[in-house]
Design a protein around this ligand. Structure first.
Ligand SMILES: *Cc1c(COP(=O)(O)O)cnc(C)c1O
Length: 452
């Protein structure tokens, strides 16, 4: 008899997060204050984040306890299932064994509540009353709106305009959880006004929306800012995903040869893969391949420069060392809105630079082709973001077919595509375009990298 779902009981849910910082092959280059050229200290971040998250950001503890209040909220949907994709394997006629972790069972439909709940909890505990944030596709905004409701905080979301227009249902979901949602760039912040003066039709970008949300947060005593990806503490919270996957593989006596995930800012990828990166770095599992997949329209890991850059467009954040396309780069409006970010998590960038992790990019039509093959075999309609991972999984599985190797391939299906059906409609009707690699725009943007 086949086992399709490898499940954990509630009492088997991990009770600690894994912090990769002490295990990195090199110390992580610190965030730099753009005015002083010095590393930022806790006091620089205090107006933006609660102290507990600032501590987690720089912690050298390998394991960090998950407070019981957070575990209780996680249990609304966690532990999440690990599936064996027998039907996809059969369709591909591959000897590879394909597994996927499914994070689409969360209330918001993606992995993002894993950190949203933790962030809302620590803010509430330190007396914060309101959180601001940005959202691309609307997934992060809906996760934070849900988490704020759980801990009785107000929530204001700056939503990238192109997504606000393409995805009204995400906005309605956020509003259903009680959040206030604006299409970014807005006329309410100086950062938004400046962009609109230059380009009244700006489609917005994550970088712009981050600038607006931070400006809002620092202008009020009762408010802090919350980021859905990129930072160390966000990836830390997401490791609950990979830690569960590890336990699930232990249950069936397997270990993945290849791990694959999509990358926007790197949080689902880091959360899924870092517990396995740990084994690779320790030498226990030297040969595991770990592949990060991104869109060719926003190819930070594959075409960016590894250097210090701002996390937002207006230059309000500290400088982070990362693969970047330049913080002025506004990516084409691809449907994988969650992958439209100019940079990536500093820990992930270091691991790519050290060649521990591989990076790959795919265009939009190829990923929708893979998404449909997945939906038509496994049933779940994936979000366009993890469809990038699925493309890579299928290519690797076909490689196994050619070589006759029965490799174990695992990927993170980090969200469902129920709010992305307009994109599927465009693909099914032959209206989806492939944006060419925006080389000129990236060159222009890289020419403006901050110098310090
Ligand atoms: C936000 C999001 C992403 C991209 O963000 P990461 O920080 O790279 O995880 C990918 N997939 C889904 C479903 C998302 O909601």
């Amino acid at each position: 008899m086949k086992t399709i779902k490898i499940l954990l009981e509630e009492k088997e849910m991990p009770t600690q997060w894994y912090n990769i910082l002490p295990d990195l092959p090199k110390p992580l280059p610190p965030p730099i204050h753009p005015a002083t050229g010095q590393p930022v200290g806790p006091q620089d971040l205090a107006p933006i984040f609660p102290m507990e998250l600032i501590k987690q950001e720089v912690s050298s503890e390998r394991w960090i306890e998950i407070p019981e209040e957070i575990q209780d909220v996680y249990k609304l949907w966690r532990p999440t299932p690990l599936y064996r994709a027998y039907r996809l394997e059969k369709a591909l006629d591959t000897p590879a064994k394909i597994y996927y972790k499914y994070e689409g069972v969360s209330p918001a439909g993606s992995h993002k509540p894993n950190t949203a709940v933790a962030q809302a909890y620590y803010n509430k505990k330190e007396g914060v009353q309101r959180l601001t944030t940005e959202t691309g596709a609307g997934q992060w905004g809906s996760a934070l709106a849900f988490a704020c409701k759980v801990f009785d905080l107000k929530c204001t979301v700056y939503m990238v305009k192109v997504s606000y227009q393409q995805k009204p249902y995400r906005r309605i979901m956020m509003e259903s959880w009680g959040a206030e949602v604006f299409a970014s760039p807005t006329t309410q912040t100086r950062a938004g006004q400046k962009i609109l003066e230059q380009d009244p039709n700006s489609p917005g970008s994550l970088g712009i929306a981050i600038s607006e949300a931070i400006e809002d947060a620092v202008s009020r005593e009762d408010t802090k800012y919350s980021l859905g990806s990129v930072l160390n503490h966000v990836l830390l919270h997401q490791t609950i995903v990979g830690l569960e996957v590890k336990k699930q593989f232990e249950k069936i006596g397997e270990y993945p040869d290849i791990l694959i995930g999509c990358v926007g800012g790197g949080s689902n990828f880091g959360g899924f893969s870092y517990p396995f990166v740990k084994d690779k770095l320790s030498g226990e599992r030297k040969n595991t391949r770990i592949i990060a997949v991104e869109p060719t329209a926003c190819p930070s890991l594959t075409k960016g420069i590894y250097t210090y850059d701002f996390g937002d467009t207006a230059g309000t954040t500290p400088l982070l060392k990362m693969y970047t396309l330049g913080s002025n780069f506004i990516p084409p409006p691809i449907h994988a809105g969650g992958l439209r970010y100019h940079g990536d998590a500093p820990t992930l960038c270091l691991l790519v630079d050290e060649k521990v992790i591989e990076a790959r990019a795919y265009p939009q039509k190829a990923i929708f082709e893979a998404a449909l093959q997945f939906a038509r075999t496994e049933g779940i309609v994936p979000a366009p973001e993890p469809a990038h991972a699925i493309r890579c999984v299928i290519d690797e599985a076909l490689q196994c077919k050619a070589s006759g190797e029965a490799k174990v391939i695992a990927f993170n299906l980090c969200g469902h595509g129920h709010f992305d059906l307009a994109a599927y409609d465009a693909y099914l009707n032959g209206k989806l375009e492939d944006y060419s690699y925006p080389e000129e725009k990236i060159k222009e943007s890289l020419a403006k990298l901050p110098k310090f």
